[in-house]
Design a protein around this ligand. Structure first.
Ligand SMILES: [Fe+2]
Ligand SMILES: [Fe+2]
Length: 161
């Protein structure tokens, strides 16, 4: 499906999000230092996901009326945003042996989340908000868009031979 002009920048961020999810997944399969993968995931959550989720909630979801906010994809998007917040806390507090399942969930949930938003949530927003509302949202998204999040010094997702 062709993404509307107004939501394009959030879709670019989804592209980055999938890359971050793949990096975490690769780190796990390459048996990278899990505390290093944890720092990466927490960094992504704080500097990239949290501002991105805030834009989705404040610029898109808050423009829906009460009935529209009960749409299945909207409810699930918000549930997943809360799961990410919980997952970040668990990652920060976990002992090293507990990290692997949490990091695996982080990677899987990020992919599932992007798929849900691109496949159901954004199409719903595009159909539901007026063009004027979408343009107002676009201005806020332009202001809050994250250009490039990651310059990680140690790329643990690459194999070292
Ligand atoms: Fe998103
Ligand atoms: Fe989201």
């Amino acid at each position: 499906m062709i993404r509307s002009e107004q939501l394009k920048k959030l879709s670019w961020e989804h592209h980055d999000a999938l890359k971050f999810a793949r990096n975490v997944g690769r780190g796990l399969s390459l048996n990278a230092d899990l505390t290093q993968v944890r720092s990466y995931a927490v960094n992504i959550a704080e500097n990239f996901l949290e501002p991105h989720f805030k834009l989705e909630e404040n610029s898109l979801i808050s423009r829906l009326n009460e009935t529209q906010q009960r749409n299945e994809s909207v409810v699930e998007v918000l549930r997943q945003h809360r799961e990410f917040a919980q997952l970040k806390l668990q990652l920060q507090q976990a002992e090293t042996p507990e990290l692997r399942p949490l990091l695996d969930r982080f990677s899987v949930l990020l992919k599932v989340h992007v798929k849900l938003e691109e496949g159901a949530f954004f199409p719903f927003i595009e159909q539901t908000l007026s063009i004027e509302e979408l343009q107002l949202a676009e201005r806020e998204i332009d202001a809050g868009h994250i250009v490039n999040c990651s310059n990680w010094p140690d790329p643990f997702w690459k194999s070292r031979s």
